[in-house]
Structures are given as structure tokens and as C-alpha cells.
Write a protein that binds this ligand. Structure first.
Ligand SMILES: C[S@@+](CC[C@H](N)C(=O)[O-])C[C@H]1O[C@@H](n2cnc3c(N)ncnc32)[C@H](O)[C@@H]1O
Length: 273
């Protein structure tokens, strides 16, 4: 059952609906199978049960299903899940879709792989809720299961951030983006202004930006081990020139038989009798 919470920017369905053509152009879907191969090469999941957390229109869910995974796609936005359902039907893939908030979704010990792709992490005004999401992921992974998170890193933003950029899309629409860092260099506030046929519409959103070390610390705090950072899905080094911050981490394995401390008494030494 969903908790009652204060509304935040991502709760506005029209945000996802109106920005869909800019966020999810067809080329992005076309590029996904190749990205999927890289994801699997980096994460190396041991089994075939996968969760695509914040799956949106299902790009990675469908690519995972096509790679032979049993997939659950979770997202809060009905409009995007409907797109995902349509695309899954067209590609004849079977996926379990769930409309749910990432703060609420937990399925204990169920998945070999959990993905959070294309900056779907860091959304909450209360940063402890990001930590809750990581804890949910740990709980939902099987022992030794692996999680891959893909965001833009703070190191990169510090180097390339321009307060305003402007692009014209192939259909003639102009997209003006304004960015501002706030909250002691921990968050970014964005405004996207879409200018179509002389009419301008503005969309505002903000999220936490993590440095490599901050994301690693959070993941370790949530219970992950073996956190590795990469600068792209090809597995290149992370740093200020890296286009993405990719974190790959594991849930600790189940304790191995024989590695438990037992209550068996060791034979006493001569002088200890
Ligand atoms: C930038 S999109 C990424 C979609 C997808 N991961 C991809 O790579 O195409 C972010 C997604 O997060 C979802 N989302 C935002 N806030 C959420 C929340 N609190 N719980 C679950 N999903 C959320 C949005 O609906 C959207 O689909």
C-alpha cells in the first residue's frame, strides 16, 4: 500500500507526458539493446531474475526480457507504464509491470539483478529516502545479487555545467535548459523551456547529485559490498571526464556452510584443563 506523502515534482504526471518526446526519442530505444549487452558484461548477474526500477517506457525491461530474463518493471507513472506495455506487446515480450513508488517496492530475496538507469536515483527532497530506496534494493536482491545504478556524476557536472543551453530538435521545437546548483553543491535545479510554434512551456525539476564517493558511501551504508565505479557502460574509469557515473555493487552472499562459528569446543591445551 502506498504511503501518503507530500507531493514532489515527479508526482506530476503531465511532466512525464509532455516531456516524453524529449526524454525518449526513438533513437534512445534503438540504442538500448547494445547498452544492455554492456550492462550485463559489467554486472555479470548469476541468474535470470531482474528488476528494472523506475523502468519508464520499458527500454531496459524489454531488452532484459529479450536477453532471456524474467523481468519486473516498477514505475510510478501510469502514462509511461502504458507505453511500456504497448512496446512489450509489439516486441512479444512478457514482463511483470507494477505501478509503485520506488520507496515502497520491496520483494525480499527475489532478484539476481536490479537496474536503476538513466538518472532515476536521487529524486527525493529527503535524502534519507534515497537511502531507503537503496535498502529496498538490497532487500530485494538474492544473496550475491548485483545492482547497477546509472546517473550523471557530480565531478562531471562541476566541469561541464553551463547555466543555460539551447537546442533545436529535428521537428523544429526549441528546448532551452537552465541549471542551477543549490543546497551546498548537493542538488541541481533544472528548468526545461519547450518553445513550440511560438508558445513556451516551462517544466521544473530538481534532484540530488552524487559524487562517486558519495554514491559509494550511501550504497555501503545501505548494505552493499564490492561497490565499483565506472565512467560509462563500457567499464571505463570514472572521473571528471566520464559521461556517466555507473555504480555496480553486490548484496553480501549467504554465509557459507562450514564458515559459521560453531559451539563445538576446541580441545583444551595441556595447561588449560
Ligand atoms: C529519467 S526516467 C528513466 C526511465 C528508464 N529508467 C529509462 O532508462 O528509460 C525516470 C523514471 O523514474 C520514474 N519515477 C520518478 N519518481 C519515481 C518514484 N518515486 N517511484 C517510482 N518511479 C519513479 C519516472 O516515472 C520515470 O519513468
Amino acid at each position: 500500500m502506498s504511503k501518503i506523502r507530500k507531493k514532489e515534482w515527479f508526482d506530476d504526471d503531465s511532466f512525464w507526458e509532455e516531456l516524453y518526446p524529449f526524454m525518449f526519442p526513438e533513437q534512445r530505444f534503438a540504442d538500448t539493446p547494445e547498452q544492455m549487452e554492456k550492462v550485463l558484461a559489467l554486472a555479470k548477474p548469476a541468474g535470470k531474475a531482474a528488476l528494472d526500477l523506475c523502468c519508464g517506457p520499458g527500454r531496459f525491461s524489454i531488452a532484459l526480457a529479450q536477453a532471456g530474463f524474467k523481468v519486473t518493471g516498477v514505475d510510478r507513472t501510469k502514462y509511461l507504464l502504458d507505453k511500456a506495455r504497448g512496446k512489450a506487446r509489439a516486441s512479444k515480450t512478457r514482463i511483470e509491470w507494477m505501478q509503485m513508488d520506488m520507496r515502497d517496492f520491496v520483494r525480499p530475496d527475489a532478484f539476481d539483478l536490479v537496474l536503476s538507469m538513466f538518472t532515476s536515483f536521487g529524486y527525493f527532497d529527503d535524502k534519507n529516502e534515497d537511502l531507503q530506496v537503496l535498502r529496498n534494493i538490497v532487500a530485494s536482491l538474492k544473496p550475491d545479487g548485483v545492482c547497477l545504478i546509472d546517473v550523471m556524476g557530480k565531478e562531471r557536472l562541476a566541469k561541464v555545467l553551463e547555466p543555460t543551453t539551447s537546442d533545436v530538435l529535428p521537428n523544429g521545437t526549441r528546448l532551452v535548459q537552465r541549471h542551477e546548483i543549490f543546497d551546498d553543491w548537493t542538488r541541481i535545479r533544472n528548468e526545461w523551456i519547450v518553445i513550440r510554434k511560438g508558445e513556451a512551456k516551462s517544466f521544473k525539476f530538481h534532484h540530488t547529485i552524487y559524487s562517486g564517493q558519495e554514491l559509494r558511501d550511501r550504497m555501503e551504508l545501505a548494505g552493499f559490498v564490492d561497490v565499483k565505479l565506472y565512467g560509462n557502460l563500457a567499464g571505463d574509469e570514472y572521473g571528471p571526464n566520464a559521461p556517466r557515473l555507473i555504480a555496480v555493487a553486490r548484496k553480501p552472499g549467504a554465509p557459507k556452510a562450514g564458515k559459521h562459528r560453531t559451539n563445538k569446543r576446541r580441545p583444551l591445551g595441556k595447561n588449560q584443563e
